[in-house]
Design a protein around this ligand. Structure first.
Ligand code: ZN
Length: 114
């Protein structure tokens, strides 16, 4: 499962931050998931729940923020945020748009308890 390997790298970040700050526990984690990342939030959540056992984040609360796709049009220079999958420029209708945001999984916030 794609989500499980992503969660594994999220936990590497969590363990590292906890160690860095001498924290005993991670109490809250906010993940930003781009709509174009291919990550399914529900699967991400259950992968997180599976993975967290016996880690510093065992009792952590997970919040997932879905980031819409942000497009830039090289033809007219316009930028737009699309929630749907119609990837054409809202300004000029060009289909050569580039996705500039919404493709990544980012650890946005980590709350630690020391
Ligand atoms: Zn355009």
């Amino acid at each position: 499962m794609h989500e499980l390997s992503l969660v594994a790298s999220v936990f590497e970040v969590l363990e590292e931050k906890a160690r860095e700050h001498g924290a005993a526990r991670v109490i809250r984690v906010v993940l930003k998931v781009g709509v174009m990342s291919g990550v399914v939030p529900d699967l991400l959540e259950s992968a997180f729940d599976t993975y967290k056992k016996e880690t510093v984040a065992e009792t952590a609360r997970l919040e997932i923020v879905v980031v819409p796709a942000k497009l830039r049009c090289p033809d007219c220079g316009g930028e737009a945020v699309r929630e749907d999958t119609d990837f054409s420029c809202a300004g000029c209708g060009s289909r050569r748009v580039e996705i500039v945001e919404g493709r990544d999984l980012v650890v946005e916030t980590i709350e630690l308890e020391t």
